[in-house]
Design a protein around this ligand. Sequence first.
Ligand SMILES: NC(=O)c1ccc[n+]([C@@H]2O[C@H](COP(=O)([O-])OP(=O)(O)OC[C@H]3O[C@@H](n4cnc5c(N)ncnc54)[C@H](OP(=O)(O)O)[C@@H]3O)[C@@H](O)[C@H]2O)c1
Length: 256
Amino acid sequence: MKIFPQIQSGQALVIGGNRGIGLGFVQHLLNHEQFDQIFATYRTESSSTELLHLAQQHPKRLHCITMDLTDEAQIAHGLSQLQAVTPQLHLVINCVGFLHGGAITPEKALRQLNPEHLIRYFQVNSISAALLAKHLQPLLNHKQPNIFATISAKIGSIEDNHLGGWYGYRASKAALNMFLKTAAIEYSRRSPHTAIVMLHPGTTATRLSKPFQRNVPERKLFPVEKTVGLLMDVLSHITLDDNGSFFSWDGSPLPW
Ligand SMILES: NC(=O)c1ccc[n+]([C@@H]2O[C@H](COP(=O)([O-])OP(=O)(O)OC[C@H]3O[C@@H](n4cnc5c(N)ncnc54)[C@H](OP(=O)(O)O)[C@@H]3O)[C@@H](O)[C@H]2O)c1
């Protein structure tokens, strides 16, 4: 049975809700009645003005929480703040991800590999999601069906890797998928009403893709609103049998 139609007056959490696809999800959820309360995480006020402005406009529905996902103590503290408001969540969408920034750019060749950069990719893109799965369990382990979705990337598919390059980002997304596939198996025993899914958003016009948009045909570069609409449609079809699956923006399953 589809999970979405069973959620009424639900509580949703968007992780990395301050920009890009995450901010798009926050805006979408605010415009729809299905979720009474929406929680959104961000790291710094200076990079979250739009989100914080939305929270001022919707003080009863939107609650913002600070959380750097590379710090487990911040994850635990942020979720305990959330738990003080609600004991359960029905939808979690984790939109945190890192491709470039500071001295880090995706590697085109082995000679560009830098262990510190690789660790950063794994901290932000992989380990963070495993820690979220660890700390979210008490909020998802209830009797109503619920979804924990994480934005992964098709580039993390080992089978689909025909181009090479982007070692750190690619491998960290593959590790993300393995962490969450494994967590899905544990959740099926300990939190059997949760479906954990990984989603590929398609190339979307955000800060993350900006330096790489030049060679993307216009029709293949989705505005955030389009990506969010497509992914909400995928989520609306999820059943508990989909626990541990990896889907593309059009709902088709992706190979590992
Ligand atoms: N855009 C695309 O074409 C595309 C394609 C495939 C997959 N994806 C995936 O889609 C997801 C969303 O990306 P986006 O395109 O919306 O990129 P974005 O606009 O750069 O957003 C990335 C989000 O991750 C947050 N973040 C980064 N490091 C963090 C940390 N240590 N702790 C907490 N939050 C952190 C950012 O917060 P700050 O603002 O504080 O940095 C921001 O909210 C990512 O997982 C990305 O890999 C995107």
